[in-house]
Design a protein around this ligand. Structure first.
Ligand code: GLC
Length: 703
């Protein structure tokens, strides 16, 4: 439709009754209770989880075009024929399940993440979905939080890059295209700082930390054009995010210019009563709407109370109309007024293609992080008989990770079979899923691979843990196996960093596979047998023990920074202070050396060119991730000891040297200063070109 969106909306709003406007602000999870009458009266603006089972399409739990069209037809019987927008949690793939977002971040390849999101959009839209509740872009520094799996880790630079790439992947240049869907950056804001890593709990974040750590991914998502955001459950500094006008309107709209709409998280409008900031549902609805939450997910309090609040003058028609305007704007941009229905024939051609499986396999390979490889144990191709043992031996949907309602176990080649398919012909694989059997068989093989870790149900929402060690019984197997004197590789499947300190000491090689998605088995085999080389790097610090969290690389220096021999320093007496593995860390099947760090000037004016040589000094080709870090030595507020400002992959042949070049722009040194304004401050800086956040070549420059 060429007609200007705003003109179209103005014309439509002029015809709408208050009840019809409020209908646009109401979202329900579709189910047998979804009233056809409410749809016919225009009282529902959005449905999600519309599954096929509702319309006699069999018991498939997934949405599908017929179901969406069934509900859409009911909605278009309403007076003004305003189409529904169908939402769903398409977090890291739809039928083609890609690695979990935390694993995707380990690839440090936002472009690849964007490609995966584009495939997810194409698949989901074929099943009638036009809006995904993704990307989840919450910075996380506490691995006890189950939802660390869903975000991009601890760093705002990487997090912002991933956020922008995912929004663009889902939405494309225009989300009116039939194979594109509206994105929803979530959970705005600061949800990852929930105290103790406990979902739904409160959190305290200072304004500078909120601005400089937790908000950059949201600014990037808004700049990338996300159509929607979702408000968080968190009680942030005493103000629940769903009732926080400063964040939802003053910052998001007035400062950043966001013109889409905000949907609440599940029932979080109604939950303002539990938070203790609303006396009743009417008060909760008024607070959330006035704060800047345009759509109420599931709680129904907008539907139940706004009309009466309007009548008794507690809310103005203008406020309700502005909220409806924002929802209608996104529906119009999504092309729903001209294309409300889904072509039922698209799904068969779109879901789970060979191309999407190939991308899923590549992505899974690129996400895996090699943490240890003593005596170059990996790749394993030189061993003739290998035992693979552990609770993931038969894994299928266990490889998916959290938030995969549309992934199907039958689509996955079980890990055991996938390894058999990929293994070289001269390698004989034995398998054991029971510890006792594994310890017996291990006596008769040349090498052992343990495939252990956490089930996806121990990851994601409402899956917080108080202990970060391996799940019960697994540490015992690693310990027992390590006494047999066989070359031992540990593969860990998880949705979070686990405190595997003991296991790293006991194994000769450790590969972190995260929850790698539908092609995770084959991808693991390709890495283990050297058909692919590990290139992942950690997007989040790995703690030595649970008691070490929160732990993150871009920490402040404190007044008593740790020194090798220092007493009375910021440390534990019973644990080294450094993480088990730092942000940015990862090994390859070869080695790299950095040399010849150069700066284009001693003083940064506008920008500074930084270069260094990286050499592959090992026997095999490999991919290195050269990382650029800076440190602002003196500021009006204390400054992090390192901040990531750039990264580049280098694919190097044995013996090859490449010069990696970065341009550091002045605005990248800006931060929230003591007076609350954002900008740079003159002074001395350190700069590193590094293999991770703890090492690297260092130089100085002035601003
Ligand atoms: C959940 C999650 C949110 C999700 C929503 C709909 O509670 O917090 O991320 O999108 O409900 O499923």
């Amino acid at each position: 439709m060429t007609q200007n969106t705003e003109e179209f909306i103005n014309h439509l709003l002029a015809q709408m009754t208050p009840a019809e406007m409020i209908g646009q602000l109401t979202q329900f999870s579709a189910g047998p209770e979804t009233s056809p009458d409410l749809l016919r009266q225009g009282q529902i603006g959005s449905l999600f989880n519309a599954s096929g089972a509702l319309t006699g399409q069999g018991q498939s739990k997934s949405s599908n075009a017929a179901t969406a069209n069934y509900f859409q037809n009911l909605a278009l019987e309403a007076r003004l024929k305003i189409p529904l927008i169908f939402g769903r949690d398409v977090i890291h793939g739809y039928r083609t399940v890609f690695p979990i977002p935390l694993a995707q971040a380990a690839s440090f390849n936002p472009e690849l993440a964007g490609q995966a999101a584009s495939i997810a959009a194409s698949e989901a839209s074929a099943d009638g979905i036009k809006w995904t509740f993704a990307p989840m872009i919450d910075i996380a520094r506490d691995a006890r939080w189950g939802r660390v799996a869903e975000g991009s880790g601890e760093d705002p630079c990487l997090g912002a890059d991933m956020a922008a790439a995912l929004v663009r992947g889902f939405q494309g240049d225009s989300y009116s295209a039939p194979d594109k869907i509206v994105a929803c950056a979530k959970h705005y804001v600061g949800y990852g700082a929930s105290e103790g890593g406990r979902d739904y709990d409160g959190g305290e974040i200072s304004e500078p930390t909120l601005r400089d750590v937790y908000m950059p991914p949201y600014q990037a998502a808004v700049s990338a054009g996300t159509g929607t955001l979702m408000s968080a459950f968190i009680d942030l500094n005493g103000v629940p995010a769903t009732a926080n006008r400063r964040l939802l309107t003053d910052v998001l709209r007035s400062e950043w210019g966001f013109d889409g709409f905000v949907v609440s998280d599940w029932d979080s409008v109604g939950e303002l009563i539990h938070h203790g900031v609303a006396e009743d549902e009417a008060h909760a609805a008024i607070q959330a709407l006035r704060a800047g939450v345009e759509m109420d997910m599931v709680s129904g309090v907008y539907h139940k109370t706004l009309a009466s609040s309007l009548q008794n003058g507690k809310i103005s028609l203008g406020e309700i109309e502005e909220a409806a305007r924002r929802v209608l704007r996104i529906k119009h941009r999504a092309g729903l007024f001209t294309q409300p229905f889904t072509d039922p024939d698209r799904a068969a051609l779109t879901l789970l293609t060979d191309k999407s499986r190939q991308l899923a396999r590549k992505f899974a390979r690129d996400c895996m992080v090699l943490l240890k490889n003593e005596h170059k144990l990996l790749p394993l191709s030189r061993f003739r008989r290998i035992l693979v043992a552990g609770n993931f031996v038969h894994a299928t949907s266990e490889l998916f990770g959290t938030w995969t309602p549309d992934g199907r176990a039958e689509d996955v080649t079980p890990l055991e079979e996938a390894l058999r398919q990929v293994a070289p012909n001269n390698v004989e694989l034995w398998f054991a899923d029971q510890p006792d059997l594994a310890l017996i068989l291990a006596q008769q093989v040349d090498a052992v691979v343990l495939v252990l870790g956490e089930h996806p149900w121990r990851s994601g929402e409402n899956a917080n843990v108080s202990q970060l060690e391996l799940p019960p019984g697994q540490a015992e197997l690693v310990a027992a196996m390590s006494t047999l004197g066989k070359p031992l590789t540990l593969v860990v499947f998880a949705g979070r960093p686990l405190a595997i300190t003991r296991q790293v000491a006991q194994a000769d090689a450790v590969l972190y596979a995260w929850h790698p998605g539908i092609e995770g088995g084959a991808a693991l085999g390709e890495i283990l047998f050297g058909l692919g080389s590990p290139s992942g790097r950690l997007p989040i610090s790995f703690p030595r023990a649970t008691g070490q969290v929160p732990i993150y690389y871009n920490q402040k220096n404190s007044g008593r920074p740790i020194t090798p021999d220092g007493e009375f320093r910021t440390r534990y007496v019973d644990l080294p202070t450094a993480p088990l593995f730092p942000f940015g860390y990862g090994l390859a099947y070869t080695q790299f050396e950095y040399s010849n760090l150069k700066l284009s000037a001693e003083t940064l004016r506008g920008s500074l060119q930084i270069s260094a040589d990286v050499t592959n000094t090992g026997p095999r080709p490999g991919t290195e991730l050269a990382q650029l870090y800076v440190r602002d030595l003196v500021g009006s507020l204390t400054r992090p000891i390192r901040e990531l400002k750039g990264y580049q992959h280098l694919h190097l042949q044995p013996g090859e040297t490449r010069t990696v070049k970065f341009t550091l722009r002045e605005e990248q040194l800006a931060f929230t200063r003591a007076d609350g304004t954002r900008g740079v401050e003159p002074g001395q800086f350190h700069v590193w070109v590094a293999p991770d956040s703890q090492r690297g070549l260092r130089a100085e420059f002035w601003l």
